[in-house]
Design a protein around this ligand. Structure first.
Ligand code: ZN
Length: 499
């Protein structure tokens, strides 16, 4: 094998892997958007075949020999090629420790779990979902044992979503957050409540669709490469490369702000993915580097930019144009309503300040289930107890409780902490961005170009070229520190509530 042959194989193999990823993502997307109810079993059948083929494609002996050859000659490779080889070998070595039948069975289980979770949520019927959820947790514990027997299973999965993350780090982060957030929430709750009537009423879906298009254009998405459709639980996905990105939303006619901020959130994910350098397409370096950095971008657009006073002033005239009943309100009323602090039941609808506590509850539950200290059967009771203890709210049913999120049905255990970490990274990005960009001025003018250019230069274009902790250090010029996030939240509460 010559070096040129090995390089060509590296390139073509990744292109084929991207094609399988494209097909798999499209089938999943169809399942949660357009597909009729009775088709889940059919998709599960196809996905099982595709996952078996893609497992073979990425783990066969010939490819491993190629990668090992390239690894031995790494001084001849570009920085991007070296990183591709490193990431592929890491994945393959992990995958080969999982027996293929178990890997394929797990893909089938996830496809079924997705459909059952939808039904269980609709009926608020946890026992329907319970056996599948137990199998998902058991499989995650077993797979972690195959791949990294030296680690605690939950540490392994935390690190899969955010390289280098462990329970020890999470415990430290959440303790720092809890220490300042709990008194902050108490202060806001004791203050005069914010009038939220501006966002409540009747807002026709067709008008909200117009708003979505306006938002996508305003934040700088390229609508020739980013599409939108509706689903139960909004998400973003890439098809094959960053040239085809899809976001999703869910319209609530009684409150336009729910879809509005979810479009900006998913739009942030799409900006990050589509901002990858074009030469990274059809390689494993294309798209966002980790869940934490991904959430730092989505929550940056949703909250730090989207809920800022400048952006609320920019958006309000458009809102009045679409929903004339809002003409009796002001942009300031809107700003205050979308920044109200109120403990609630649903994570995706939570305000910025209480949000982290929703994540903490999921983290504590996952940690204990993965350690065998909490049975899946007892999840609803424990969920409800923690919501009462941390947020002071009573959970009326499992639909608004333990069944609300899609992550567990998708096998994503260890993902939730990245939402909280991402929010905190975002605040430190803002502090850095402000050194060279007039962020508030840009928002008032509706000029996202300088903000997006900064993110593209510092974060997006690199794709997965740098590990997340390296990327953060490059941008921050200092270690990650949750203090920026807590300072930001305190000043927001002071601004809205005067306390
Ligand atoms: Zn997100």
């Amino acid at each position: 094998m010559t070096l040129d042959q090995a390089r060509a194989e590296l390139k073509s193999r990744q292109a084929r892997m991207s094609a399988y990823a494209h097909a798999t993502a499209l089938i999943y997307y169809d399942g949660v958007t357009a597909a009729p109810k009775g088709t889940a079993e059919n998709r599960a059948q196809t996905l099982a075949v595709l996952s078996e083929e893609s497992y073979r494609l990425s783990t066969d002996e010939k490819f491993i020999e190629t990668l090992e050859f390239l690894d031995e000659n790494s001084s001849e490779l570009s920085e991007a090629e070296r990183r591709q080889v490193y990431l592929l070998l890491k994945d393959i070595r992990a995958m080969r420790k999982i027996p293929m039948e178990e890997f394929v069975a797990y893909q089938r289980l996830l496809a079924e779990a997705d459909a059952v979770w939808h039904e269980a949520k609709e009926k608020s019927d946890f026992p329907l979902f319970e056996p599948l959820l137990r199998q998902i947790f058991d499989t995650n514990v077993r797979f972690a044992g195959y791949i990294a027997p030296e680690k605690k299973p939950y540490d392994y999965w935390l690190g899969e979503y955010e390289d280098g993350l462990t329970m020890e780090k999470c415990d430290g982060f959440f303790a720092a957050v809890r220490a300042r957030l709990v008194p902050l929430i108490e202060k806001a709750s004791a203050a005069k409540p914010v009038d939220e009537s501006v966002i409540n009423g009747c807002f026709p879906t067709a008008k909200q669709e117009e708003l979505s298009t306006w938002l996508m254009k305003t934040i700088g998405l390229d609508l020739d490469h980013v599409g939108i459709t509706t689903t139960e639980h909004p998400f973003t996905t890439s098809f094959g490369s960053h040239f085809d990105e899809r976001i999703t939303t869910h319209y609530h006619e009684e409150d336009f702000s729910m879809s509005m901020f979810s479009v900006i959130h998913e739009g942030g994910h799409a900006l990050y993915d589509t901002g990858s350098a074009d030469e990274l397409a059809y390689t494993v370096l294309d798209g966002g580097v980790s869940m934490g950095v991904h959430e730092s971008q989505s929550r940056f657009y949703e909250n730090i930019l989207g809920r800022s006073r400048g952006f609320c002033e920019l958006a309000f005239p458009k809102l009045v144009e679409l929903f004339p009943q809002l003409s009796k309100y002001t942009a300031e009323d809107f700003y205050r309503a979308v920044n109200r602090v109120r403990p609630s039941l649903i994570r995706t609808e939570a305000d910025e300040v209480t949000y982290c506590l929703h994540v903490m509850i999921r983290y504590e539950i996952e940690k204990r289930v993965m350690a065998g200290e909490l049975a899946v059967h007892d999840l609803p009771g424990e969920w409800n107890r923690l919501y009462k203890e941390y947020l002071g709210v009573d959970v009326p049913d499992d639909r608004q409780g333990v069944l609300q999120d899609s992550h567990w049905s998708g096998g994503m255990i260890g993902y939730f902490p990245s939402y909280a970490l991402g929010s905190a990274y975002g605040a430190q990005f803002l502090a850095k961005m402000r050194e060279s960009v007039d962020v508030d001025g840009c928002l008032r003018r509706g000029d996202f170009a300088p903000i997006n250019a900064w993110n593209r230069e510092n974060i997006w274009r690199h794709g997965c070229l740098y590990a997340p902790d390296k990327l953060l250090e490059r941008v921050f010029g200092a270690p990650f520190d949750p203090k920026y996030y807590l300072d930001y939240l305190e000043s927001k509460v002071k601004d809205v509530y005067g306390v």
